[in-house]
Design a protein. Structure first.
Length: 115
């Protein structure tokens, strides 16, 4: 009878080890997905900042004035971004003074940069 009990305990221990190992793999996979998602959002945010910077400079170089609004940049320079992911606060000062803008990531983790 005692060998049966020992074998049963070994089987339970193996099952428990398998469950714990599987749980660790699932948790590691979820962390990897989260890290990749955040890295992608960081790249999108940086690309949006670069596109805004480029379009503002291009407008001033071509026309002699800075863009009067964010809609102007969208219409004349083809700026496209996801409004559900990012909020752009664009504040023009004057035709010959560089505008201020800030890109805010909606839904949590934000790396705000005032330009």
């Amino acid at each position: 009878m005692s060998t049966f009990t020992i074998q049963k305990k070994k089987k339970i221990n193996r099952t428990l080890v398998s469950i714990v190992f599987f749980a660790i793999i699932v948790i590691a996979f979820l962390f990897a997905i989260n890290y990749t998602s955040n890295a992608t959002l960081d790249h999108q945010e940086e690309a949006l900042n670069q596109a805004l910077e480029r379009d503002i400079v291009m407008c001033y170089a071509q026309n002699g004035y800075y863009p009067p609004s964010l809609d102007y940049i969208r219409e004349h320079y083809g700026l496209i971004y996801d409004d559900n992911t990012f909020l752009v606060n664009y504040q023009p000062v004057a035709d010959n003074i560089r505008p201020n803008y800030i890109v805010i990531r909606l839904g949590g983790d934000s790396h705000e940069k005032v330009k």
